[in-house]
Design a protein around this ligand. Sequence first.
Ligand code: 13P
Ligand code: SF4
Length: 417
Amino acid sequence: MCSTALADGPWEFDAKEPGYGPGASMWDVLPSDAPRQGSLPREYREASKAELDSRILAAKAELGERLVILGHFYQRDEVVKYADFVGDSFQLAQATKTRPQAEAIVFCGVHFMAETAEMLSGPEQRVILPNLAAGCSMADMADLDSVLDCWEQLEEVYGKEPDAQGRVPVIPVTYMNSSAALKGFCGERGGIVCTSSNASAVLKWAFERGQRVLFFPDQHLGRNTGKAMGVPLEQMPMWNPNKELGGSDAQTLRDARVLLWHGFCSVHKRFTVGQIKAARERYAGVRVIVHPECPMEVVDAADESGSTDYIRRAIESTTEPTVFAIGTEINLVQRLANENPQHTIFCLDSIVCPCSTMYRIHPGYLAWVLEALVRGEVLNRITVPEQVATHARVALERMLSVLPPAVKASPAKLGPA
Ligand code: 13P
Ligand code: SF4
């Protein structure tokens, strides 16, 4: 996973393994007629940076208000610079709704984000993922069949009846990093979607309605959030989808408040307590901020944890020159370091670890889909079957109604383009 080999020519990987990349799910299986990435036309593979730049800018200018480009913070700078909005997952979901006049939303992020944009955008709008192989390996760690199987087993243990306060036995909560099918699963069963920026507000929402929560796919975000809310670790057992009763026993499940799916992010899993100790030894007074997808010991050893936008705001709102050690994806850390030269900012992991699926979006793909739009062709359109989207929208709208405090103040950061 940790390689910068994708940086210059991600198409070399697409050519070897055509089709969706990790995290690319639609009904959690690849339908035979689903679009596949295939190889990028040679003219885009061989174009120089300067040529791609002028072609992208020309296509953007030609499309004007008919186009909006959304970019996640982890995108490389060569892509972020074209985005109209740059933000974390929550902000980008919100931003989807801010340009109803745009015919095309080009999403420079990963597949689950584009799927979400598709479900939240208007019926006439087209959502495009420049490289269909840009997925998320964590999102792939929970599939609909395994979650349905888990739900059946939980119903056998808990029954279906609410308690005296009217709370149902269990509320499903899916992290944004999941397929549309799982968002639909939650919407249909009184559940909700969360992002790293509103996870504790969402758990509070869920505990008002249920006795416990089934949280998937990221065990770390679930555990870190539950722990910060005072849920004891022994009441947050892991659900291993390959084991009967998830590897627990019925009594443990009955005592549980948060059931944690056995998923993780391979980028954030790399951060360790040892790295934090080393940073503290090297810089007295260093401020350590990590993403809540990091393991619990790492979050506990850090000074703060929060979403990608939390990290950005924490740095940008600090006026005194400060040393920051950051535990998240390198593109964001490097950009924050460049944009805030008054501070010393570095990544906790010295072996640079980019999100290799985010890296699949290269300016070559962006130029390719934008020039097609100018010709009136929609390439790499993301679609979600309506029977899935109907329920998934319910869970997403619930998510959007549970605002993280900071988002109230700043809906999405306007990009530099
Ligand atoms: P944010 O919502 O914090 O941007 O996180 C998305 C993500 O995939 C982090 O790995
Ligand atoms: Fe998925 Fe991790 Fe990449 Fe985020 S950083 S998109 S969780 S693989």
